[in-house]
Design a binder for this molecule. Structure first.
Ligand code: PLP
Length: 384
């Protein structure tokens, strides 16, 4: 029986302690595993860095089921998950990545990726013609996409990108952090690997750093190198993080539905605001990515949007300083709404527009969030 995401997350697969039946199963903190009288390892686990802790299996299986995959790996952060994929590629591998995506990965690729011998080709985000041309230009190991992409929320057609990758013999990997498996399942659209920063919506409470990778079994060679990479380089989370993550995930579907509904109403309000040049949110009918987003996202468009303000950098920066409910902080995907002047955060090399504030909608009352940004924009315009 294939179960709905609501049912899957609510009971976190129902895992309990095998001896007492305690639900949820207790956290296992031991890093080593004692051999039995026959010198065998009771659960085929020897050491926590190598096989993780017993609590990993439940979270990994839950992630695999939510993404319609066959196998998942918990990682110590979203960046650990991203970089493990690139570190598992042989030196000299050519990779095609978007110009605008999560900035930490751009920065890593431009420094360590290039230093370690990767041929990194950046293409305009979401541009299928540019992706196709880059893939045809030379043999390519990996196409990486993120959709909607941080922080401009440009949309990439996952199924079309998967076709281009398949034709070129490249693996398609998708950063699915923002849509979450509630709104998009990239493996079903042809991706071979899905990556998550579990720090964001999956945990959802701003108190865990963790990441994950999921596969559908279509890229066994790369996947086994990634498994070995995690084991030997040690990008494993702690047992407490794994436990907190499965606890946060138990409310994932209800949080995402509420957040996506609120974000759409919020985006609609500010897209009509006289002090606003544009709101980037794929859920808006006027958004350039809306049609593609509608075809590959189900049940909502997640909670991330960016507001481009008239008056340039000063007004944007002052707006980010003038909110009372929105916390002026980086990150996304928690219950508390956040606002950030992304250009200031990213620093040198940033491609974020200077008149833009990035917003993560949480679970507060929508009308109160709208009123808060309204007053912040008014105040910013008198100060700037
Ligand atoms: C936060 C984030 C990452 C990095 O995840 P960490 O858990 O912070 O390492 C990668 N991609 C996206 C889209 C993110 O939002």
């Amino acid at each position: 029986m294939s179960l709905s995401p609501d049912t899957l997350v609510a009971r976190a697969l129902g895992g309990r302690a095998s001896d007492t039946g305690a639900f949820p199963a207790p956290v296992s903190l031991g890093v080593t595993y004692v051999r039995d009288a026959d010198y065998r390892l009771p659960a085929a686990m020897a050491y926590q860095r190598d096989q993780g802790s017993p609590g990993f299996a439940q979270v990994e299986q839950l992630l695999a089921e939510l993404e319609h995959g066959t196998d998942a790996l918990l990682m110590s952060s979203g960046m650990a998950a991203c970089t493990a994929v690139f570190q598992a590629l042989p030196a000299g591998s050519r990779v095609v990545v978007p110009q605008v995506m999560y900035f930490g990965l751009t920065k890593w690729l431009r420094t360590f990726g290039v230093d370690q011998g990767l041929d990194v080709v950046e293409v305009p985000t979401g541009d299928l013609d540019a992706i196709g041309a880059a893939l045809r230009a030379a043999p390519t190991a990996l196409l990486w996409i993120e959709t909607p992409a941080n922080p401009t929320w440009a949309v990439t057609d996952v199924a079309a990108a998967a076709d281009l990758a398949a034709t070129a013999g490249a693996v398609l990997a998708v950063d699915n952090t923002v849509p979450t498996p509630v709104h998009t399942n990239p493996l079903r659209l042809g991706a071979g690997i899905v990556m998550h920063s579990c720090t964001k919506y999956l945990n959802g409470h701003d108190d865990v750093v963790a990441g994950a990778l999921v596969t559908d079994g279509s890229v066994p060679e790369l996947w086994s190198r990634i498994q070995l990479q995690r084991q030997l380089a040690g990008q494993v989370p702690g047992s407490l993080e794994a436990y907190l993550l499965q606890r946060g995930m138990r409310t994932l579907t209800v949080r995402m539905r509420a957040i996506s509904q609120s974000a759409l109403a919020f985006a609609e309000h500010f897209s009509e605001h006289p002090a606003v040049e544009r709101v980037a949110y794929p859920g808006l009918i006027s958004d350039p990515g809306h049609k593609v987003a509608q075809s590959q996202m189900t049940g909502g468009y997640s909670g991330m949007l960016s507001v481009f303000l008239r008056g340039g950098r000063e007004v944007a920066l002052e707006t980010a300083k003038a909110t009372e409910l929105f916390l002026p902080a980086t990150s996304l995907g928690g219950t508390a709404s956040l606002i950030e002047h992304r250009f200031t955060f990213e620093g040198p090399g940033s491609r974020s527009p200077e008149n833009m504030v990035r917003i993560s909608i949480g679970l507060e009352d929508t009308a109160e969030l709208i009123a808060d940004l309204d007053q912040a924009i008014s105040r910013a315009r008198t100060v700037a």
